[in-house]
Design a protein around this ligand. Structure first.
Ligand SMILES: Nc1ncnc2c1ncn2[C@@H]1O[C@H](COP(=O)(O)OP(=O)(O)OP(=O)(O)O)[C@@H](O)[C@H]1O
Ligand SMILES: [Mg+2]
Length: 195
């Protein structure tokens, strides 16, 4: 299947979820993520801050911070940076509290520029996506922000966080797609056997 069609299908299913379903499934998935030994072992964690129909991560990010971990979140550049312009890539900033976030580019929550920018060496990265496969395939939104970022930080342990219906038989992968090491959904934790 082609990436574009799979993205459309997944967007449709994500938008069809009720607020309650999203809330409940997010909580269950986060509960499983919380129990992941690699997460507990990590002193520094990169995690996306959810928006729209994405799996809810706000409480989880707060929890990581109160547990004393260093927490980095994505930054996609200044609000009016055109797509494809120089500097159009994802960076990570450490935050100290979730209140350090403001609406950013594409309406995605972004850290205030006063935050400590890093060329991150977090131990683990919690990644969003539209679809995943049990072998670690990941389909994002089509900008390769995560592929580019993760390929520059190959020692980060990659964890895909998603609703269970987002785990499909097969995800079209090209050589630059960075695979996930673990998948966590509201129903299961999968060791993808990568690396
Ligand atoms: N490391 C890379 N450097 C430059 N271009 C890349 C890289 N990885 C992928 N691309 C290109 O970027 C485009 C989008 O990639 P892709 O469809 O895999 O994005 P995605 O994984 O859905 O997005 P994201 O990683 O932001 O969630 C493709 O044309 C792909 O070839
Ligand atoms: Mg990709």
């Amino acid at each position: 299947m082609d990436k574009k069609i799979l993205r459309q299908q997944m967007r449709r299913q994500l938008e069809a979820m009720s607020i309650e379903q999203r809330r409940d499934r997010s909580r269950q998935a986060i509960e499983r993520l919380r129990q992941l030994p690699a997460l507990n072992a990590a002193a520094s964690v990169f995690c996306f801050v959810s928006h729209g129909a994405e799996i809810e991560t706000h409480d989880f990010v707060r929890e990581l911070l109160s547990a004393g971990k260093r927490v980095a979140v994505p930054w996609l550049g200044d609000v009016n940076l055109p797509r494809g312009a120089p500097g159009d890539f994802m960076r990570a900033f450490f935050i100290e509290r979730l209140e350090d976030m403001v609406p950013g580019r594409f309406g995605i929550p972004a850290p205030l520029r006063k935050c400590d920018q890093i060329d991150a060496v977090c131990e683990l990265a919690v990644c969003p996506g539209l679809a995943f496969s049990a072998s670690g395939g990941r389909l994002g939104r089509g900008a390769a922000y995560y592929d580019r970022y993760l390929s520059q930080h190959p020692n980060m342990l990659t964890v895909g966080l998603c609703f269970d219906f987002q785990i499909v038989e097969q995800v079209p992968m090209d050589p630059r797609d960075v695979p996930m090491r673990h998948l966590v959904s509201e129903r299961r934790v999968i060791d993808c056997g990568q690396r």
